[in-house]
Design a protein around this ligand. Structure first.
Ligand code: 13P
Length: 341
């Protein structure tokens, strides 16, 4: 492992004024997104859609530091035969790859999940590196209700995240460590804070035990935020203040950057929260976005599977990428949204 090179890639992923496009939806998840815009999900439609994003030259070159791909996409070629990964590299963004294989039921823990994909991971990482991937992603999922998460779910997921991260670094790939506490429930922000604190502390303990070099990784956490079904939604400033407090308590300063997931927040809320956090000074790590839905919902709708809408889809993507890029510097204002493309 060459730590200084891993650290350089990690820092480039959180370049000030840029963030990560999470375009790594599994075939099942992208089908759900396409169903919502009435587009049939085929290998070709998925390719066309992602090609549209990667050919958004302004967004990709100015606002996007890296793109997380799904296995299908990393091997796909554009309509003109250019490998999609080359389009990303040509824009100056770094290609990355989702390497977890989704979740499975966790035995004896009703309603809880553990992420799979460690088997043969070392071989797969080698192939992805040869193809050009310089970072990877593994997502663990922790759900909140009155009686979960269990210690078991937190522990096994943290252990798998650290196993994955150590294997990535051995393959000269920067791991994005993503322990996602879901915002699906009716819990309030303080319950999310408490659970996320436990999850992050356990994750960093496992990373330490498994000798993961913190300088060569990126953390992708949820924010401290109330569940979607909670009647008590916290204001923007409270989400920002509690998320910063939580991260300061749990995330060592050696970690170069934190790139948040959007987790089902509205596009504008995800931007506003990131922006509010980046108004604070003296943070030990760079804070940016690694959004899936909050970057793609608008372009998906504008595109709706029609070739004649490609330019509109690219405009919508560029707008959201720019808004989040500004938020990564604390320079976003709600008035800028009105001037949408
Ligand atoms: P969302 O921003 O839609 O939560 O997706 C980010 C991601 O990569 C989830 O694993």
């Amino acid at each position: 492992m060459n730590l200084s090179d891993l650290n350089k890639v990690a820092l480039a992923m959180v370049t000030p004024g840029k963030g990560i496009l999470a375009a790594d939806e599994s075939s099942g998840t992208i089908k759900k997104r396409f169903d919502a815009i009435k587009v049939e999900s085929t290998e070709e439609s998925r390719r066309d859609y992602r090609e549209m994003l990667f050919r958004s030259s302004e967004a990709m070159s100015k606002y996007i530091s890296g793109v997380i791909l799904y296995d299908e996409t990393i091997w796909q070629t554009a309509r003109d035969g250019t490998p999609l990964i080359n389009l990303i590299e040509a824009s100056g963004a770094i290609p990355g790859i989702k390497v977890d294989e989704g979740t499975q039921a966790l035995p004896r823990c009703p309603g809880e999940l553990v992420t799979a994909g460690l088997d043969r991971l070392a071989e797969r990482l080698k192939k992805y590196h040869e193809r050009g991937a310089r970072f990877a992603k593994w997502r663990a999922v922790i759900d909140i209700s009155s009686d979960i998460p269990s210690m078991t779910a937190i522990h096994v997921n943290a252990h798998a995240l650290a196993r994955y991260a150590a294997l990535c670094q051995a393959a000269q790939i920067v791991p994005i460590v993503e322990p996602e506490v879901l915002m699906d429930g009716d819990h309030d922000i303080d319950r999310c804070y408490e659970v996320t604190q436990h999850v992050l502390n356990t994750t960093f303990e496992e990373l330490r035990i498994q000798r993961v070099a913190l300088e060569g990784m990126i953390l992708k956490p949820n924010m401290a935020i109330a569940g979607k079904k909670s009647a008590k939604q916290a204001p923007i400033e409270e989400v920002a203040e509690k998320t910063i407090r939580l991260l300061k308590a749990c995330v060592p300063a050696a970690v170069p950057g934190i790139a948040f997931l959007s987790g089902g927040q509205s596009d504008e809320a995800a931007t506003a929260h990131l922006n509010a956090m980046n108004r604070s000074s003296g943070l030990p790590w760079r804070l940016t976005f690694s959004y899936g839905r909050a970057l793609q919902a608008a372009p998906q709708k504008a595109w709706s599977g029609k070739p004649e809408n490609v330019a509109a889809g690219q405009r919508a993507f560029t707008h959201r990428a720019r808004m989040n890029a500004l938020a990564s510097k604390g320079e976003w204002e709600t008035g800028l949204e009105k001037k949408a493309a």
